[in-house]
Design a protein. Structure first.
Length: 104
């Protein structure tokens, strides 16, 4: 078993970033970085980068129940870095777009 790191960081506007990764001998072997918003009484993922299906990809949630998968085409370490930077820089835009699609 490798070393694991995990944290949740509030971003504002009812949003947070959840980060988890595992390394073995300094090499990233698994990760998930997720942007979540408060949706009703629960935290709803709206964007997730991970390697759960054997390749680095991101899941973009169009609604709470519908998402699309996009391959990232990077190593796990590079995809982890991309995920952190993308969410840190663009979280507000992603939150606003999700809310606009799902307003009722």
């Amino acid at each position: 078993m490798g070393r694991q790191a995990e944290w949740v960081r509030p971003l504002g506007e009812g949003a947070q970033k959840r980060h988890w990764h595992e390394t073995v001998r300094g090499k990233v072997v698994a990760f998930a970085v997720q942007l979540e918003i408060r949706f009703g009484e629960a935290w709803q993922p709206i964007l997730r980068y991970d390697a759960a299906h054997g390749f680095a990809h991101r899941d973009v949630y169009e609604s709470p129940r519908r998402k699309r998968k996009e391959a990232v085409g990077l190593s796990l370490a590079d995809a982890l870095t991309l995920a952190d930077h993308d969410i840190d820089r663009n979280w507000y835009r992603y939150v606003q777009a999700f809310r606009m699609r799902n307003e009722k």
